[in-house]
Design a protein around this ligand. Structure first.
Ligand code: FAD
Length: 257
C-alpha cells in the first residue's frame, strides 16, 4: 500500500494580514475539487510554495468545500514566512491531504488548550466545535481579541521574546479543573517535550487524556527538512502505540532530520 499523501494544486485567492505576525491565505480553484476534510478540528495539510520542494505544515482553519483557509505565522526567517509576505495572490501552491489528531474522550468534562501563535488556528477551530467547558492559554505576540470564538475562558500570555516560549512553565502552574478532561497543546518542540514529561510523571495522566504536538523547532537556521507527522502517526497507531509515544517519535525524527 502506498503511503504517499494525496496532493492538490490550489491558487491563492486572497491574502490578508490579520496582525503583525499572522497572514491569512485563502486557497481555492479547480485543483481542490478532490480535497476532503477529516473533520478533526486540529487537521493540518502540508504546503509547498512555488519553486520549492520542501513542505511546511499548516492547520486548516476552515474548509467550506470550495475555499481552504490557512493562517500563517510570519516569524524572523523561513521558507513560507518569506514567501507569504510577497505578492502571492494568483500563485499556485500544492497542499497535501489533511490529517488530524485531536481526540477528546466522549466523557470529558472539560478541555484545556495551550499553544503559541502557530497553534492559535487549531485552538480556534477546536473551540468552535466543542461542547465542554474550555480553557485556552494562548502565548501570542499580537493583539488578536476576536480571533477565538466567544465561550472559552481565555488567558492571553506574552511570549518571553521573539521566537521564544515559556509554555512549559505555564502548564506546570495551571490550576487543573476537577474531574476528567482532555488536554491539547502545540507549539515549540522543546517546550512540548518538557510538557509530555510533566503530564506523564507529575500529573500521571493516561495517554488518552492528552495530545501534545511539537509544531516547530527553535534553532538558528532554516530547517533542512520538514517531517510529515502523518505517516509517523499512522504507523504508530497501526503498531498500537500511544499518542505520547508517537509524538515522542515524531520529535525524535525531526531532531534527526
Ligand atoms: C501539525 C502542524 C500544524 C501546524 N499549523 C500551523 C499553522 O496553522 N500556522 C503556522 O504558522 N504554523 C503552523 N505549524 C508550524 C509551521 O509548520 C512551522 O512554524 C514551520 O517551520 C514554518 O515554516 P517556515 O518556512 O516559515 O520556517 P522554516 O524554514 O521552517 O524555519 C526557519 C527558521 O525559523 C524558525 N521557526 C520556525 N517556525 C517558527 C515560529 N513559529 N516562530 C519562530 N521561529 C520559527 C526555525 O527554527 C528556523 O530557524 C504547524 C506545524 C505542524 C507540525
Amino acid at each position: 500500500m502506498s503511503t504517499r499523501a494525496q496532493q492538490y494544486d490550489a491558487q491563492v485567492l486572497r491574502c490578508e494580514r490579520l496582525s503583525a505576525h499572522l497572514v491569512r491565505l485563502t486557497l481555492g480553484g479547480a485543483g481542490l475539487a478532490g480535497f476532503a476534510s477529516t473533520g478533526i478540528p486540529d487537521e493540518w495539510v502540508g504546503l509547498v510554495v512555488p519553486g520549492q520542494f520542501q513542505s511546511r505544515y499548516y492547520t486548516v482553519r476552515s474548509w467550506d468545500g470550495t475555499e481552504l483557509v490557512v493562517d500563517v505565522v510570519v516569524h524572523e526567517t523561513g521558507l513560507v514566512t518569506e514567501w507569504a509576505q510577497l505578492d502571492v495572490v494568483g500563485q499556485t501552491v500544492t497542499i497535501t491531504e489533511a490529517k488530524g489528531s485531536f481526540a477528546i474522550p466522549a466523557d470529558a468534562q472539560w478541555l484545556i488548550l495551550v499553544g503559541d501563535l502557530t497553534a492559535l488556528p487549531a485552538m480556534a477551530r477546536i473551540a468552535d466545535g466543542v461542547q465542554v467547558r474550555t480553557y485556552v492559554f494562548a502565548e501570542v505576540p499580537d493583539e488578536l481579541p476576536d480571533y477565538l470564538p466567544a465561550g472559552p475562558q481565555v488567558t492571553w500570555l506574552a511570549p518571553p521574546g521573539a521566537g521564544r516560549s515559556r509554555l512549559a512553565e505555564v502548564v506546570e502552574g495551571i490550576d487543573w479543573p476537577e474531574g476528567e478532561g482532555y488536554f491539547w497543546m502545540a507549539g515549540e518542540s522543546a517546550q512540548m517535550r518538557a510538557i509530555r514529561k510533566h503530564l506523564m510523571r507529575v500529573r500521571r495522566l493516561p495517554s488518552m487524556a492528552y495530545d501534545v504536538m511539537g509544531y516547530w523547532r527553535a534553532n538558528a537556521q532554516r530547517q533542512p527538512r520538514a517531517v510529515d507527522p502523518g505517516p509517523i502517526y499512522r504507523a504508530g497507531k497501526a503498531a498500537g502505540k500511544s499518542d505520547e509515544q508517537i509524538w515522542a517519535e515524531y520529535d525524535e525524527a525531526r531532531d534527526h532530520s
